[in-house]
Design a protein around this ligand. Structure first.
Ligand code: SF4
Length: 336
């Protein structure tokens, strides 16, 4: 798991303190938050595909799990579908950041679809691990959430070898063929702490359980959880900006509460913040999931400023510089 750099609290965004309404009120702003390298790449992949091929283009599933992003792309001419058989023969279809199983590639090929794969490279890495350990005939215990697209894609690489373990409560149901050949892998966007608890229980049952070759929970998920943990003990309220179907966003609410925040809520937009949540609150923590554009966080900060929370202090636990290159066919220009 990644190492956090020292906590930095204390740069004031604006001199709003001093009025009666704002005395003692502050916002702690988690850093890092928002877009990760995989989401940035996936959204740009769709934008560049639209530029190159013209509207409409099709995207299988939500490109990333964020309402605002999906609605914005829909307005630009993207048609979101659940399955490739909804895409007209020969049309352009983008696969989402969460990845797809080989069966989806096959069905797209059978319909002569022009596919552009926006799967995050860190999800692809887990697919490669699943393929490799299936080839070596391991039982693969995939820790993840049942029904999540990423889990369906990864499990689809080796359906005969993969069993889903949906949290610590599922451990008792696991059966394996040979206890000396068992490995766990995971979805990239889980709670680190809960996953370690699941692994601990699995290892009680299978003492020679092998760990993945490298962390499957991605750097972005881990970094956002570390930042929220650092600020949560000081917060009366933590607002996480993100959508309900965004695994890493939902995990941030859980992590905030487990780390000592008195309350924590998930909102897509500033307008969803219930003013009653602010009653008697001095410190509000703000963070956002890995699929959330910064404009939505700005909306929440502006709303809070109107309620006297103008003093914004960053809580920085890591600096992220990772950038992924676009799918090859779209690499015509240098990325920012
Ligand atoms: S959350 Fe992690 S795995 Fe998912 S797109 Fe972002 S970097 Fe990739």
């Amino acid at each position: 798991m990644s190492t956090a750099i020292p906590l930095n609290v204390g740069i004031t965004r604006s001199a709003g303190a001093g009025t009666t309404e704002s005395v003692g009120k502050r916002v702690l702003l988690a850093e890092p938050r928002g877009y990760c390298a995989g989401v940035d790449r996936a959204v740009e992949t769709v934008e560049k595909s639209l530029e190159k091929h013209g509207a409409p283009i099709y995207v299988r599933k939500e490109i990333v799990h964020n309402r605002h992003v999906v609605e914005t792309l829909r307005e630009q001419g993207v048609i979101f579908v659940d399955e490739t058989d909804e895409v007209p023969e020969g049309a352009v279809v983008v696969f989402s950041a969460h990845g797809v199983s080989p069966a989806v590639h096959e069905s797209a090929a059978a319909r002569n679809l022009h596919t552009i794969d926006a799967t995050c490279p860190l999800v692809t890495k887990v697919h490669q691990e699943a393929k490799r350990f299936a080839r070596d005939d391991y039982d693969i215990l995939l820790i993840g959430h049942e029904g999540h697209e990423e889990v369906e894609g990864t499990a689809g690489e080796a359906p005969d070898h993969v069993q889903l373990v949906d949290g610590p409560a599922s451990v008792d149901k696991v059966t394996v063929r040979d206890e000396s050949k068992v490995i766990w892998l995971s979805q990239t966007t889980l709670s680190v702490d809960e996953t370690m608890e699941t692994v601990r229980r699995l290892r009680e049952r299978f003492p020679t359980l092998q760990d993945p070759p490298s962390d499957d929970i991605c750097y972005a998920t881990q970094n956002r959880q570390v930042a929220v943990k650092a600020m949560a003990p000081e917060c009366d309220l933590v607002i996480v900006v993100g959508s309900r179907n965004s695994s890493n966003s939902v995990r941030l609410v859980e992590v905030a509460l487990n780390a000592g925040a008195k309350a924590s809520y998930l909102v897509d937009y500033a307008r969803e913040v219930d003013q009653a949540w602010l009653d008697g609150v001095s410190t509000v923590g703000i963070t956002s999931g890995a699929s959330v554009p910064e404009i939505l966080v700005r909306g929440v900060l502006d709303m809070l400023e109107e309620h006297g929370f103008a003093d914004v202090q960053p809580v920085t636990t890591a600096n992220e510089t990772l950038v992924f290159s676009l799918p090859r066919e779209l690499r015509t220009t240098t990325r920012r």
